[in-house]
Design a protein around this ligand. Structure first.
Ligand code: NAD
Length: 263
């Protein structure tokens, strides 16, 4: 399917693995030049970058901005616009998790999760909007979570940050509603990333369960479909939002969670 995005430029934060890499790959597959970002081994990141560029024929750059540093985030947005000549799409995807009862939650972990999962979105938006306003077009898509809409125990910082992302999304959407720009949030349920794969194996070992039992009864306990959300499904939602067809969707929190938040 052609979404009419050829020649556009996107920044995807946290795109060295998991959902971010899948979304960056989907954009590149549509002819969008992409700036990858995220942590990891430098040689592995360079290999990912080079392979994606070779497979799609678009320009794929990497910027190592740490999402806990606003000045580095602003530098990454400026880098994208300068090196690739424009900036059409920002996908705020970088995120981390930490699980602990709220009264035992390490304050430094709280600060780190709020910085990476919430405040980094403010910094990319702050830096990108002047460029998008000048162009009278742009798309901002924040990867929130089902945990932006409902809570689970022991995930206080993550749940607070993701609820905050929805607030930032709505406030931004109202401000730019007449500027040709949209700002939306995608709220996935569980997605089978390498991170989740590790959790499945660890839980199976720790509880003496099969991996199938862990997936169904532990990981997907809250997800009525009992199926993971796939990268292709997330990519389809992103491509719709950033295409012309998505122009009137603004300030939305789009659930893609197999029915989790319907209950
Ligand atoms: P992941 O761990 O596979 O990827 C996270 C990415 O963020 C990596 O590229 C990592 O390098 C990057 N990152 C982490 N800290 C960073 C920092 N300080 N600076 C720059 N980059 C940093 O995780 P994922 O499962 O792909 O999650 C991606 C996003 O999707 C997150 O925001 C997460 O909350 C959200 N999400 C995930 C799921 C799921 O089931 N996996 C469900 C709902 C929402």
């Amino acid at each position: 399917m052609n979404f009419g995005l050829t020649g556009q430029v996107a920044v995807v934060t946290g795109s060295t693995s998991g959902i971010g890499l899948a979304l960056a790959t989907a954009l590149a597959g549509q002819g969008v030049h992409v700036v990858l970002n995220g942590l990891g081994d430098a040689a592995a990141i360079e290999q990912t970058r080079a392979e994606l560029a070779a497979a799609t024929g678009v320009q794929v750059l990497y910027h190592g901005a740490d999402m806990t540093h606003g000045d580095q985030i602003a530098g990454m947005i400026a880098f994208a616009a300068e090196r690739l000549g424009r900036l059409d799409i920002v996908v705020n995807n970088a995120g981390i998790q930490f699980v602990s009862p709220v009264d035992q939650f390490p304050p430094e972990k709280w600060d780190q999760i709020i910085a990476i999962n919430l405040t980094s979105n403010f910094h990319t938006i702050r830096a990108a909007l002047p460029i998008m306003k000048a162009a009278k077009s742009g798309r901002i898509v924040n990867i929130a979570s089902a945990h932006g809409l409902v809570a689970s125990p022991f995930k206080s910082a993550y749940v607070a940050a993701k609820h905050g992302v929805l607030g930032l999304t709505k406030a931004t959407a109202l401000e730019i509603a007449q500027e040709g720009i949209t700002c939306n949030a995608i709220c996935p349920g569980y997605v089978h990333t390498p991170l989740v794969d590790g959790q499945i194996k660890d839980t199976a070992r720790a509880r003496g369960l099969t991996e199938e039992q862990v997936v169904r009864d532990v990981i997907l306990a809250a997800q009525p479909s009992k199926r993971f959300v796939t990268f292709d499904q997330l990519s389809g939602m992103l491509l719709y939002l950033v295409s012309d067809a998505g122009a009137s969707v603004n300030g939305a929190a789009l659930s893609i969670d197999g029915g989790w938040t319907a209950g």
